[in-house]
Design a protein around this ligand. Sequence first.
Ligand SMILES: Nc1nc2c(ncn2[C@@H]2O[C@H](COP(=O)(O)OP(=O)(O)OP(=O)(O)O)[C@@H](O)[C@H]2O)c(=O)[nH]1
Ligand SMILES: [Mg+2]
Length: 298
Amino acid sequence: MNKCLGCGITLQDKEPNTLGYTPNLDNKYCQRCFQTIHYNKELKVSNLANQQIIAKINKLKYPTIFISDLISLNSKVINIYKSIKNPKILVINKCDLIPQNLKLEHLAINIKNVFNIDDDIYFISAKNNINLNNILDFIAYYKNVIFSGETSSGKSTLINKLFKTNLTTSKYANTTLDFIKIKKDNLLIYDSPGLFINSKKDLTKIQVLTKKLSNDFILSIDDLKIKGSGNITCFLNNLCNVKSKKEDLNLSEHIILDKDSDIELDNGFIMAKKNTQIITNQKLNIRNSIIRNYKESD
Ligand SMILES: Nc1nc2c(ncn2[C@@H]2O[C@H](COP(=O)(O)OP(=O)(O)OP(=O)(O)O)[C@@H](O)[C@H]2O)c(=O)[nH]1
Ligand SMILES: [Mg+2]
């Protein structure tokens, strides 16, 4: 059976409402990919289980290029990254969106230390062709590699850039539906379905907000409510809904930070200095800060 060149699903011409449908089996792309490519339509599908995808990656045993971005990178993502047993590198894509005053080489060192990672870390932009040579070197060395990572991290975009393929890419989740084997010269490349780890928003811009916490004003970032004392800097997906309102709310989680820390969110993180007092409505995931010597000026 032929597979769709865009998303990897097996093509079929019997069930229009089932994945892989195409009215003509001579077509190279399924109808879903066709509509995504030409009409930028979102056609939702359910997520594959992360364990199933990781099990296949570990079974293939090929060195793995794991892709994330600065806003999505958190302990949940790193735990899944670490469950890949193959030789691997961590690639932080979309570096074109990272504020210029964050130095990428410092960030890479801090991320290694904070998350205890021995593998190489590279910041790249698939969109703007930044630092793609490091990825090409890894591929040239190992010859057979798998691209993995969270949905919408830019795996298929990167493969298209590197190998001039026409994989389907989109701003919506779950674009690639199955493993796609690509042979180029003496290389064997696998694209893979995205992992579903964070609740995702389409990342087109990172907003940086510096706020002074107070006990009277409640800062809301999507569902998170936060008050306290001290200064914080938020690095957030631009689509996060941020509000600050004078409000008397009874919040139950109290924390005093004993070192410079980041509060991990699904679509960003909040950097808070040592001794910041935080009161929130949620249990927080806190890590040592990956930002050091942050200077506000751009
Ligand atoms: N700003 C920016 N956007 C990027 C970059 N690389 C990819 N994107 C965008 O990220 C979105 C997702 O890209 P895809 O290549 O479809 O992501 P994927 O990881 O293959 O997603 P799944 O197939 O769902 O797992 C698209 O809107 C891309 O244009 C980048 O370097 N910078
Ligand atoms: Mg993809």
